[in-house]
Design a protein around this ligand. Sequence first.
Ligand code: GLN
Ligand code: ZN
Length: 757
Amino acid sequence: MPKVLSSNIGYPRLGEQREWKKALEAFWNNKISEAEFLQTMKDLRLAHLSKQSKAGIDLIPVGDFSYYDQVLDTAVTFGLVPERFGYTGGEVSLQQYFDIARGTDNATAGEMTKWFNTNYHYIVPELGGITPQLTENRPLRLYLEAKTELGIETKPVVIGPYTFLKLSKGYEASEFKHWLDQLAPLYIEILQGLNKAGVRWVQMDEPSLALEVSTEEWQWVQDIYAQFNQATPDVNLLVQTYFEGVDDFGKLIDLPVQGIGLDFVHGLEQNLNNLDDWGFPENKILGVGLVDGRNIWRSKLEDKIELIQTISQTVPADRLLIQPSCSLQHVPVTTNSETSLDPIIKDALAFADQKLEELALLTKAANIGASAVQEALDRSREAVERIAHSSWRAPQEQHLQQDEGSATRNVPFAQRQVIHAEKWKLPLLPTTTIGSFPQTVEVRRARQLWRKGELSPADYNRFIEEQIQDWISIQEELKLDVLVHGEFERTDMVEFFGEQLDGFTFTRFGWVQSYGSRCVKPPVIYGNVHFVKPMTVTETKYAQSLTTKPVKGMLTGPVTILNWSFVRDDIPRSKVSYQIARAISDEILALEAAGIEMIQVDEPALREGLPLKRSKWQEYLDWAVGSFRLSTAAVQETTQIHTHMCYSEFHDIIDAIKDMDADVISIETSRSHGELISSFEVHGYDKGIGLGVYDIHSPRVPAKEEMVQLIERALRVLDPKLFWINPDCGLKTRAHPETVAALKLMVEAADDIRQKL
Ligand code: GLN
Ligand code: ZN
């Protein structure tokens, strides 16, 4: 009887204890030799393959493991090294590879950007003048390595040409076809090598094919895959999509390949409808992405089995591959190392290794029947039910009835502006900062000692108070108009609130790669979020007691907290967002009651949450903006609400930003000032706004004149009565001297312009 196979799309490269990160950083810091580095990486790579093989995965990916980033791997495979790195062809050395990733003294690093809507960042390939050439058959090398070292037949993973070019820059839209033609023979060479080596399946990652593809582009994709198919008669090509349902399903399943992979988690409804509407070709295999590769919760396996049954009415089970929804690189490695989580929570989690078990189980169920694995299914269901029925997730009736998205302040901005002018009596072009001041070694050390119990809470508080004191006097000396307490008590703007709100927990090893060796450990939202007690009042009030100038309260907004966490998946994200919003609202009211009447609610991650497809933007923005408003609307009309965003791509969501109805918004702009200003020329903005006047990402102290120019340019478009002067973002990564020097010049720049107004 033909067998259903399990298949994995990609596996996290980090290692259970972040060995990957440690090896990389040790190598960069000359602590280990290149040979040692390569050996450690090889050991990890092979260990990951063995793990997958032991878990019973039939098709195990190779080529997904990387020393930095899989897109960069693809670029260097094609010799696409930007000219500034002095590359003259041939194999790309390890040094050159890391130079592109990290930059050198003379050449800036490749640009980094988000991989679709994940928090993983890839290096953007630069095409420009370079003629691509195959520098090595990387997929073949890794396939052969697995075969000789472990005796495992693997499935090479290659980023497909359409997606690769969509992710690249340095060419005009009209040159797209030209670049496809340039790359086609190189892909063919790779595939022919794989064909010759006896490879059975190659996964061509083409997530971009699930997005908007023009008719012309489909024709090109069709042509290039026809060439691949012809050149490799013995290799089965599987075109893999993920993160979304597919818009042009008819075109996708028409491609001359042997398999199509679909996401039945994040594109569930659309892809099911697709199968209903279009059927599925009899000569193709369907990769069924069932297990969520974007979240950390156990699957409801019985639902998944039912889904397989539904799908098998269109595609017989023996033509299905049981897969995760996408690469597992977006989830942590294993829950086994989590020793301090509540057992009910731990048992409800599934990181990469647990997801592999789920895949194997589902495959077994498909092959020999669910009853054969009933015990394991029962255990899994019980774990899911235990958390579902826990008091942490008890349904919150009173909230369900309310129309959560409709909170508004009871006085419109135009009136508030008058009230605020009267109350605050700020000068024109008030100066302020975004919240954090340098997190020095001492600050971090004090926190560590306190966490370890080596510094008493009283001593730690005294230390924090001293920091606040120091910086309040610095700010007064600098003559800033609106002060901040400096955020010395916070490691991270989401973690700080997550640790104090109900419904959040923290893992010990739940790391995922964000970019390069940088990893993040997102908080886990497992239950209903509730405000417990004031989180920021003590420090803010203390800071305010030291000065007659206003001190801004400083909070992280609900959408940012949501977007930077792993979120429970039993209720819609919007519901969780509203719950966080209520908790933040409680904090705001507590601040207000303590006399803090200027409050900033940061939303740097609002844009990150935008769905990949435009058609879904409005729905997201409605509840995201609704959440922000729910968190801020209950304040008195005299209270001034600020918000901050780290990005400046604004034009396409400007209406949503206006809808947030913040009294003042600050935006990072110094690196893209011109663009932003022209977007305000078109769209206008008629509430308080501060455009960052200097870049905080580098220690460089800006010249006063640079800032003056930026401000003058902005004031040609924006009303001086509404304009604020501030740096791009928080200053926690900067050192003391440069921070003070830059702020001094910033205040002088503001003064100079006030003289002229
Ligand atoms: N208030 C925060 C800070 O100053 C804002 C950080 C951010 O925008 N990412 O650090
Ligand atoms: Zn910022």
